[in-house]
Design a binder for this molecule. Sequence first.
Ligand SMILES: Cc1ncc(COP(=O)(O)O)c(C=O)c1O
Length: 379
Amino acid sequence: MTGPIRDFALETYMSKWEFTAKYNMTASDAETLRLPELMAMASDEDRADFENLSLGYTETFGAPALRQEIARTYETVKPEDLICFAGAEEAIYVAMKVLLTPNDHAIVVTPNYQAAETLPLSICAVSGVALDIDNDWNLDIGLVEAALRPNTRLISINFPNNPTGKILPRATFDALIDLCRKHGIWLFSDEVYRLIERDETLRLPQAVDVYERGISLNVMSKAYGLPGLRIGWLACKDRDFLVRCERYKHFLSICNSAPSEVLARIALKNRDRILSRTRAIVRSNVAALNAFFADFPHLFDWREPDGGCIAFIRYKGADGVEAFTTRMVEEAGVFFLPSSVYRSDLTPVPENCLRIGFGRLHVPEGLTVLRNWLTRNSL
Ligand SMILES: Cc1ncc(COP(=O)(O)O)c(C=O)c1O
């Protein structure tokens, strides 16, 4: 199927409630920082750079000093292996436009952040391979192999996964890379939730570090909690791919916001501190969720996900998840995303699930409101 793109269901639903619901209990980003908090971490030199910043255009690939800091977050990546974008979203758009033509075929894992399938679908034939909810959201490599066609050019993955939080076991990830290498397929790896893992041993390598046709996507939005900076990037060892991305970006944002580039650089220089803060918030929220869901086993199938700060859990109430999430946000101001926003054009997606986010500080308060509402309604 090729043609015009359909509405981004999740973003459309989000825009209705994200800034009006009192408790956004479905956010996928970690608690953010205020500008003074970030500036307090800056060295004197970086603070002076920010205060004296020239507000002209910057380089389309991204400011060299920023790319230098980003490169340090990889094992083998140099600044020249990177191109920056306005968030991860622009990077997905450009990568798909640059890599795929109408004669190609792509394989995309479901459920997914809809851009991962809708953009390739607007260009070429796409097959979906579903994570299995009844098998701990596992990915069956046999199904990926069975979906291969002679013209398969790209496999697109996202682990930790949005919305399930699934991380592939290392052996499965290695098998996927072997498969891509054998057939000369690009592996587009959306790693925006990396660095928030339940256990560090679950952390996967970044695709660009272990595969010559690996393209790693990352962003300041999620683990660093700085989505307002709109700084994302692609890391890849193929110069031709990066140059073609640069040419495409000339038609979009042209360059990043200069203030954001300096702020992202400051954040990356202080990444250990920022990530420790995110992980502490996530750990404490997970403890609160474990306690909460232990009291409502008849309503929710909760299990702590492998990574990221969202989970996709089954709702077992007789009213169904769509009615439940609507009532929750309208009556209690508690906002969750229901299964319907994850509808895929490629495979069925489990119904009656909701996405819960646990990267924000207000999660315990939201759980108290949820508990009171459930109790009041005898659920
Ligand atoms: C898996 C995934 N990729 C990409 C994005 C887009 O990130 P950004 O908002 O930083 O552009 C998101 C946002 O939710 C996401 O969940």
